[in-house]
Structure formats: structure tokens, C-alpha cells
Design a protein around this ligand. Structure first.
Ligand SMILES: NC(=O)C1=CN([C@@H]2O[C@H](COP(=O)(O)OP(=O)(O)OC[C@H]3O[C@@H](n4cnc5c(N)ncnc54)[C@H](OP(=O)(O)O)[C@@H]3O)[C@@H](O)[C@H]2O)[C@@H](O)CC1
Ligand SMILES: Nc1ncnc2c1ncn2[C@@H]1O[C@H](COP(=O)(O)OP(=O)(O)O)[C@@H](O)[C@H]1O
Ligand SMILES: [K+]
Length: 528
């Protein structure tokens, strides 16, 4: 279990590089050697290295320079290496070295149809190295590189197993700092990234195009370790550090009591699922507060649940609550006000999000309030806050919209989706890609609300005392809940915990109840 994956912005990487370059460190030579080593490893994993045919897609900057110098190493390993220059400029030192080593250089822009010329060349190559742009990219790919990359992406989707695509630093064309994809991008199998991961390698939708991410430290890790990351992904080891494990002196009140005001006559299942998620997560007690039908269901399914009011250390509000139900909405308002006054952490899900929208005086929430919208709910919330937003806007730039909602409301925002993104008003973004598309099933969000609520209840006393580290703790706990929930889904679907399958479609269907039932198994993979 490795430590947290930390990503830094292009500007932070440049600032960290500066003193090393000034001191004469051969960063590009190191980057190129590491890149060649990874290409060789990919070739070896697929058969043989010597005799393999490699295509370098070379842009006009240092990203292209990395690939040209890597090409010299690959020639020495017996590869036949072709470099397609897809920009007017080129890294002159890299070009001279590549030519001298025997790399075959193709000035494809001289062809009548550069995209067709590159595709023609690419069909003969088993590895494509994407070095069009790196951290120097401004906006989506433009100029001749755009149709070249679009044509290669189309070619690749027709032949998904072959070739292997290795991106240098980032897949060219992604939003390096925000993970947006606004133009053509060639999906990579592996991204060899220099110095540190970049936010776009973790954040959706670009993260889905990066493949496996290999970080080449280049000696920048020391400097960057002192910088807060722009984005990060928790690993199981980080979650193990955060997860409350009871000691001999603990009792149910020190372990945490969670109040759940969820479910309704119309949607009683949400109450049962949020409760199941919470109970399986481990906490002292669940107090369920709601109308007769969901309360009966909860008592029947979970006799350990208490259904009378009393002290709690955190709340889950709103899952399965119909916003048109005025009486229930008023109850949620009361619970929310009481929770905020007591500085208790609170999860605002589904119907409770609508509550915020209908409150024209949007409460100024603390970061210990965690909103858990999916893309459609976040679009509605932002629109209600005066930021006209469509669901598609959110899915095109999840991190930006989650951050915007956090800044407007003051809350922590856990945005659900294929990759779960967590944003507090300040501090690093979190991106968790621990689940499986099988998790996209009714009620799965209710289970997540319960898991997160239970975790927050374990920290309730600390949070209420105000002695924690501000916005960071709720965001980290939200990311941890997403990891455990995602792993539970994978285990229920018969998949190993850990990173997803990329494009492969594996596993079996699951219900939200299966996910809740698999939370202890997920925790076993985390806590050991
Ligand atoms: N500093 C170092 O020593 C080290 C740097 N390293 C490596 O250098 C990379 C950064 O190199 P960089 O700064 O030269 O920028 P880079 O990513 O090649 O892009 C600039 C080129 O792209 C072009 N271009 C821009 N936007 C575009 C667009 N939308 N669509 C199309 N083209 C576009 C732009 O053209 P222009 O705008 O000038 O016309 C220019 O030609 C970094 O990612 C890492 O790989 C490592 O080796 C470690 C040591
Ligand atoms: N394609 C996907 N891959 C992995 N997880 C997904 C995908 N789509 C949705 N999810 C996850 O499934 C859950 C669905 O929750 P939600 O949309 O609230 O459903 P519901 O309201 O029915 O409970 C969330 O945890 C979300 O992150
Ligand atoms: K690249």
C-alpha cells in the first residue's frame, strides 16, 4: 500500500525545477532516460525489446525534447525509432541527438495530409510515445497537432489492444491543472510523469485518459513535499491512518453516535440503506429519526438502531427525503440548525441539498458540513446560488464546479460520479477512483452517506471542539469514505480492491445493499 498520490500544478513544478536547472542538473537527460526505461519495460512485458518499432510524436517544446532523447536510448536497445515532428518548432538539441543516434525523423507537416501521414507511419509501430505537449500546453491542442492526435485516437479505438501508448508527462491536450478535456486527446496506457503527478492525471475526466501513472521524481520530490498538493488521491494506507479503531477504554459514546434523518413514506429504502452503510462502517450507535414507515423498516432490518431523539456527534440529513414534503423539510432545517450551533459535522444529501436551494438566505456553512451531490444535483445547487450551470458543465469540469460550490457555501463538497471529487473551500482537491461502474445503482449514494456519517461521528467530538485542522479533515474523511465505499462495491462485484480495470468490463451486478454488506470486507483490505 503506497502513500497518498500528490499532484502539483504546472507552475509549482516549474518553480521547483528552476533552482535545479540553475545548478546545472541534467533534468531532461534524467527524464529521457526514465522514459526510455518505462518504454522498454512495456515492450518487455509484451514480448521483445530489440526489433520493436517505436513512434515518437514530437511537439515543439521540451516535452518533445524528452521523447527525442529517450529515442536515442531506445535505438541503443535495438528498437527501430521513428520521430514524427508535428509542430513547426522542435527541441534542437534533442533532434540533433536523435538523428545522430539513428532515429528516423519524419517532417510530417510537409505532407499534403499530415494526419494521414502519421497514421500510416503509426500502423507500423507497436509503441506510440505521446510527446506533443506537457506542462507548457495552453488550452486544448490546436494547429496541425490537433487533427494528428484526433486521427491517432480514432485509429487506436479501432485497435484497442495494439499499440501501447505511453504519454510523456501528461496525455497531450488535457487540462494539466484542472483535468478538463476540451479537444482531441490520445488515451494512454501509461503516463510517465516528471517530478510529481499533475492534477489532470488524478481529476476527471482527463484522469481516465492517463492510464497507469508512473512518477519520475527527478529530485523535485524534496522541494515539492514542502508544498501543499493541488490535488491528491488517498490510498488504503492513508485511510488506515484516518480510520477510528476502538481501544480498550472506548464505549459507544466515545466511538460516535450518528443521527440519521433520512427516508420518507415514499422512499423508506434510503433510511435503511444509509443506516446499513453506517452500521457496517463501525460506530457506537445509530439514532434514526423519521416518520413511521421508514422507522419501522429500519427497526425491522436493524434492531440495534435507536429511534428516539438524544445526543449525537454527527448527522446524515436528507437521503430519500422528498423536498416537496414541507413538514419533513422543516424537520431537516431544525436538525441542521442544531447541528451547526453545536458545531457537529453533518452530511447533507439528496433532499437536504434542495433544502439549501430553497433557503434564499443560503446558510453560511462550515467545512464540517459535507454536501454529497451527484452532477445533476450540483448543477441545480449552483444554479440556485446564481451560477447558471447544466449537468454537462459539471461532468466536463467536475473539480472546478465542486470547488466553486465549496467556495460559495463554505461547505465541503463530495461530488459523486465515476471518479469522486472532494473540494473544501481551500486546500487540496481529492480525486478517488476506487469503485466500479456497477456501483451506479439506485441507493448506492444513500449507503455512502451512511459510511461518511459514521466516519464523521467518530471524529464528532474532535470536530465540535474546533481543535482539528480546519477544512482539511472533513475533506480527507470524505475521500476516505469514498475509497471504502468504492472498494466495497468492487468486492461485492467480485473484483479485487485497488485500481480499476481501465477499459475492461469485468465483475458482476450488485445492489446498494450488497455494497453496505461488503463494507467490513473493504475495511479488512484497508485495516489489515
Ligand atoms: N524544464 C526542463 O528542463 C524540463 C522539462 N521537462 C519536460 O518539458 C515539458 C515542458 O516543456 P515546455 O515548457 O517546453 O512546454 P511543452 O509542454 O513542451 O509545450 C510547449 C510546446 O507546445 C506547444 N503548444 C502549447 N500549447 C499548445 C496547444 N494547445 N496545442 C498545440 N501546441 C501547443 C508550444 O508551441 P507554441 O505555443 O510555442 O507555438 C510549444 O512548442 C514538461 O512537460 C516535461 O515533459 C522534463 O524534461 C524535465 C526537465
Ligand atoms: N460510472 C461509475 N463508476 C463508478 N462509480 C460510479 C459511477 N457512477 C456513479 N458511481 C457512484 O455510484 C454512487 C451513486 O450514487 P447516487 O447518484 O447518489 O445514487 P442514489 O441517489 O440512487 O443513491 C456514487 O457513489 C457514485 O460515485
Ligand atoms: K505529452
Amino acid at each position: 500500500m503506497g502513500p497518498m498520490i500528490r499532484a502539483h500544478s504546472a507552475a509549482a513544478v516549474r518553480a521547483a525545477e528552476e533552482p535545479l536547472l540553475a545548478a546545472g542538473e541534467p533534468l531532461m537527460a534524467s527524464a529521457a532516460f526514465a522514459l526510455a526505461t518505462h518504454v522498454v519495460a512495456e515492450l518487455r512485458a509484451r514480448g521483445r525489446v530489440a526489433g520493436s518499432v517505436v513512434l515518437l510524436l514530437v511537439g515543439g517544446g521540451n516535452n518533445g525534447g524528452d521523447a527525442l532523447f529517450a529515442g536515442t536510448h531506445l535505438v541503443r536497445r535495438g528498437c527501430q525509432v521513428h520521430a514524427a515532428l508535428v509542430s513547426d518548432g522542435v527541441h534542437e538539441g534533442g533532434l540533433a541527438a536523435a538523428r545522430a543516434a539513428g532515429v528516423r525523423v519524419h517532417r510530417v507537416l510537409d505532407a499534403a495530409d499530415p494526419a494521414a501521414a502519421v497514421v500510416d507511419l503509426a500502423r507500423r509501430c507497436g509503441v506510440w510515445v505521446d510527446a506533443v505537449t506537457g506542462i507548457g500546453a495552453r488550452g486544448p491542442l490546436r494547429g496541425p497537432a490537433a487533427p494528428v492526435v484526433a486521427a491517432l485516437a480514432a485509429e487506436r479505438s479501432a485497435w484497442p489492444q495494439e499499440p501501447v501508448v505511453v504519454a510523456v508527462d501528461v496525455p497531450s491536450g488535457i487540462g494539466v491543472d484542472d483535468g478538463t478535456v476540451e479537444g482531441p486527446v490520445l488515451p494512454a496506457d501509461v503516463t510517465v510523469t516528471m517530478g510529481t503527478a499533475k492534477p489532470g492525471l488524478l481529476l476527471p475526466p482527463a484522469a481516465g485518459l492517463a492510464g497507469r501513472v508512473e512518477v519520475v521524481a527527478l529530485g523535485l520530490d524534496g522541494t515539492l513535499a514542502a508544498e501543499p498538493p493541488a490535488a491528491c488521491s488517498l490510498t488504503a494506507a492513508d485511510v488506515a491512518d484516518l480510520w477510528p479503531v476502538p481501544g480498550p477504554d472506548d464505549h459507544k459514546y466515545t466511538r460516535g453516535v450518528l443521527g440519521i434523518a433520512a427516508g420518507s413514506q415514499t422512499y423508506p429504502g434510503a433510511a435503511a440503506l444509509a443506516t446499513a452503510g453506517a452500521l457496517r462502517t463501525g460506530l457506537g450507535m445509530v439514532r434514526y429519526l423519521g416518520p413511521e414507515v421508514p422507522a419501522d423498516l429500519v427497526r425491522t432490518l436493524h434492531p440495534e438502531v435507536v429511534t428516539v431523539p438524544g445526543r449525537v456527534q454527527a448527522w446524515v440529513l436528507g437521503s430519500g427525503v422528498d423536498p416537496a414534503d414541507a413538514a419533513r423539510t422543516a424537520e431537516l432545517h431544525e436538525h441542521l440548525s442544531a447541528a451547526l450551533a453545536a458545531r457537529l459535522p453533518v452530511v447533507l444529501d439528496a433532499g437536504a441539498l434542495t433544502l439549501l436551494q430553497e433557503d434564499t438566505r443560503l446558510p453560511d456553512l462550515p467545512a464540517t458540513a459535507v454536501l454529497t451531490p451527484h452532477a445533476g444535483e450540483l448543477a441545480q445547487l449552483l444554479t440556485a446560488c446564481g451560477e447558471e450551470t447544466a449537468r454537462e458543465d459539471v461532468t466536463a469540469a467536475p473539480a472546478r464546479h465542486a470547488r466553486l460550490a465549496a467556495e460559495i457555501t463554505g461547505a465541503t463538497v463530495l461530488l459523486k460520479g465515476p471518479t469522486t471529487v472532494v473540494a473544501a473551500p481551500a486546500g487540496p482537491l481529492f480525486a478517488q477512483q476506487d469503485a466500479t461502474p456497477w456501483l451506479a445503482t439506485a441507493g448506492a449514494g444513500d449507503v455512502l452517506a451512511g459510511v461518511l456519517g459514521a466516519l464523521l461521528a467518530g471524529y464528532g467530538d474532535l470536530i465540535a471542539s474546533g481543535t482539528h485542522d480546519g477544512a482539511h479533515l472533513p475533506a480527507s474523511l470524505s475521500a476516505a469514505a469514498a475509497l471504502v465505499h468504492g472498494r466495497a462495491a468492487r468486492i461485492a462485484a467480485g473484483l479485487p480492491p485497488g485500481p480499476g480495470e481501465g477499459r475492461a468490463r469485468t465483475g458482476v451486478p450488485i445492489t446498494a445493499g450488497d455494497v453496505a454488506a461488503a463494507v467490513p470486507a473493504a475495511l479488512r483490505t484497508v485495516l489489515g
